[in-house]
Design a protein around this ligand. Structure first.
Ligand SMILES: [Zn+2]
Length: 371
């Protein structure tokens, strides 16, 4: 075990050298334009030379300050409706949240983007994940307009996200809805049918949103589960039910009801299992509280227990302003993209948090910010 503790400082040292030499300073090496012809040799007639591509300007670290080891807010919403309460955000407050995130430089990414290390947003912007628990009607509601036509309620979360992206396309539309199957959005109007439900789920996917598992019956998995079979039903049956509605779609994330997992000896079932010959796999298991998440290349990245931030600043006993406090913290700690999903960039000061084994086929770029 001595070797490990010896190798790590060596790796860090090598990286440190890389950091020190990958700064923004120094003129770019100029390649000679062409090989000079030897005296007496005739230049061969050939095809017209291709125009040389303009050299890419060097990456401006000082401008973007990329830190792809910084924290990612995974926000947790519950009801979207009137009035504002501990577990309820009003439609207008949710609109204001989106505007605030956008103005602060956040862009929506999916949970899948986070767990596959495929965050693809412009340089200088930061990823933010929206999640919605419990599949309440305010997440995705169909209503009839005055002409009797069925439309998406402009005050439901899905339409609010779409409308915002209509005005600011670069914000994106990613969001994950942790709903209960087979009735994902608890809509109970007499005219509402299974076809409407299927339409909703198909549209969600088409619009770049995700469906996540919130278990079959929202039990307390530690207190109420008495056997592995019961746990498999709670975790796996929603996958079977969704396969009947949307055969091509696979849920890859799980939100634990109350943020509570099962007994330790059954914990592996959270991540994968099989229920009545339907196999499932959860690449992300999200919790209820309480801070931002570490990104994929961070040594403390924890997709199996991913923290979320309650998207609320409603007074709740001694605890309030979860959202404001988180955004304040994130002003200093947040992930800032380098704009290139194939390169992992961070300042030298973050080096100790880097998990070198997570790099995969990506390029590493570590820089020393100018004083
Ligand atoms: Zn819940």
């Amino acid at each position: 075990m001595k070797i490990k503790s010896f190798i790590l400082p060596v790796i860090l040292l090598v990286l440190l050298v890389a950091c020190a030499t990958t700064g923004p300073k120094g003129p770019a090496q100029k390649e000679p334009d062409s090989v000079p012809a030897l005296p007496g040799s005739e230049p061969e007639p050939g095809p017209e030379p291709e125009p040389e591509p303009a050299a890419e300007p060097p990456f401006d670290f000082a401008l973007y300050k990329p830190n792809e080891l910084g924290e990612i807010p995974v926000l947790m919403y519950h009801n979207i409706r009137e009035p504002e309460a501990v577990w309820t955000r009003t439609p207008d407050n949710f609109r204001a949240d989106l505007q605030r995130f956008y103005d602060l430089g956040y862009r929506l990414v999916s949970l899948t983007d986070v767990v596959t290390n495929n965050i693809n947003i412009p340089a200088g912007t930061s990823p933010l994940v929206l999640t919605f628990d419990d599949g309440s009607a305010g997440h995705f509601r169909l209503i009839k307009n005055e002409k009797g036509e069925i439309i998406v309620d402009p005050d439901c979360a899905v339409q609010i996200i779409l409308d915002f992206a209509g005005k600011h396309p670069e914000m994106g539309t990613a969001a994950t809805f942790f709903a209960h199957l087979p009735h994902p959005f608890a809509q109970a109007d007499s005219w509402y049918t299974g076809e409407h439900r299927t339409w909703k789920l198909e549209k969600l996917v088409e619009w770049g949103m995700e469906i996540g598992n919130h278990t079959l019956n929202h039990l307390n998995l530690r207190r109420d589960i008495k056997s592995p079979q019961q746990l498999l039903e709670q975790l796996g049956k929603p996958h079977r039910l969704l396969a009947e509605i949307l055969p091509a779609y696979k849920m890859n994330s799980l939100s634990l009801p109350y943020g509570i997992g099962p007994l330790d000896e059954w914990k592996d079932y959270l991540y994968s299992g099989e229920y009545q010959s339907t196999a499932y796999r959860h690449d992300a298991v999200v919790l209820v509280g309480s801070g931002p998440a570490k990104p994929y290349n961070h040594k403390d990245y924890s997709p199996a227990a991913m923290p979320r931030i309650r998207a609320s600043n409603y007074p709740d006993g001694g605890e309030s302003n979860f959202l404001d406090r988180a955004l304040e913290r994130l002003a200093k700690t947040r992930y800032i993209s380098d704009g290139d999903p194939d390169t992992v960039t961070f300042p030298e000061s973050a080096l100790e948090s880097f998990n070198i084994e997570s790099l995969g086929g990506k390029k590493l770029r570590c820089y020393r910010p100018e004083e």
